[in-house]
Design a protein around this ligand. Structure first.
Ligand code: HEM
Length: 274
């Protein structure tokens, strides 16, 4: 009997699984493009004046509490937070490119360490800005972004713990959760712009970010991405063809809405300041 007949054929990936995989890849590709735009915005708008000590330039944007003359601790904390925010978003992009994980594992480990340390610092610094400096408009907003910070700290700790114990499958799951919660403030901006564009106006948005949409989306920035990820894990690992196809459809829909939000964020929120 020839070897060709004896050798087992590679099992083809079932169509629904393949569609789900490609829907997830498309989601990541669009999210990555949007996050690169966020890094670019931070690098152009915040980096040069911050390094030159011209903190007053931050206030060209309508911030809650940007540069405050005489508030040295608060200004320095804001500077550190914004620059760490740019760094962690850039590191996240590198960290989730599978080719880097496969072909440059040492780089993956180093950007991973950087990512986790930066996650702790950015979340802790953000908490200080909210509760120490008092940068918030509503208590709902302060509480929801603090829950986001708590989720970042928890996910960073779990990602690190499983990596150190070499539990790679669990490490990957927590790394994805960490990526999504670190991206929470980016989802916030993209979600606002998608909502405003799709509704053709600021429906449910209050003058002090105190409208129904502000309250719901304050929590939605972590509930929606994390719930979608858990449903994706379920569909991918245990779902039949129907569940996989429905999940792929949900991801395609979310990718479309996200693309609208990214376009709005880039063109209407950031470009006027660049
Ligand atoms: C880890 C991911 C985070 C990134 C990438 C990030 C990024 C940024 C950026 C770029 C700004 C400047 C504002 C702008 O131009 O839009 C900012 C401001 C701020 N961030 Fe974060 N941030 C993160 C997490 C957090 C967390 C978890 C909190 C709260 C616990 C927080 C609280 C704040 C506050 C209070 C401001 C000042 C807003 C203002 O004065 O208007 N951030 N952040």
């Amino acid at each position: 009997m020839s070897e060709a007949i004896a050798a087992p054929r590679p099992t083809p990936i079932p169509r629904a699984a393949s569609v789900l995989k490609w829907a997830a890849i498309a989601w990541f590709a669009v999210a990555t493009a949007g996050q690169m735009a966020f890094v670019y915005f931070i690098a152009v708008f915040y980096l040069p004046p911050t390094l030159q000590g011209q903190f007053e330039a931050w206030n060209r944007r309508d911030l809650i509490t940007g540069y405050v003359p005489g508030d040295h601790a608060g200004n320095l904390q804001f500077a550190a937070h914004v620059l760490l925010g740019g760094l962690i978003t850039a590191a996240g992009i590198v960290q989730f490119i599978p080719q880097i994980r496969t072909y440059a594992p040492a780089l993956h480990r180093w950007t991973g360490r950087l990512y986790i340390v930066t996650a702790f610092l950015t979340a802790a610094g953000g908490l200080w800005l909210v509760w120490g400096r008092g940068t918030y408009l509503t208590l709902f907003g302060a509480v929801s972004v603090s829950i986001l910070a708590g989720l970042i700290l928890l996910s960073a700790a779990m990602t690190l713990r499983h990596a150190m114990a070499r539990r790679i499958a669990l490490h990957r799951r927590w790394a994805l959760r960490l990526f999504l919660v670190v991206s929470g403030v980016w989802f916030q901006r993209v979600g606002y712009m998608a909502w405003i564009i799709l509704n053709q106006g600021p429906v449910g948005i209050g003058p002090r970010m105190d409208g129904p949409f502000d309250i719901v989306w304050g929590f939605g920035i972590f509930v929606l991405p994390l719930a979608t990820l858990e449903l994706y894990f379920l569909a991918r690992d245990r779902g039949g063809p129907m569940a996989k196809s429905v999940m792929a459809g949900v991801l395609v829909l979310l990718t479309g809405v996200m693309a609208v939000g990214i376009a709005g964020t880039v063109l209407l929120m950031w470009r006027p300041f660049l």
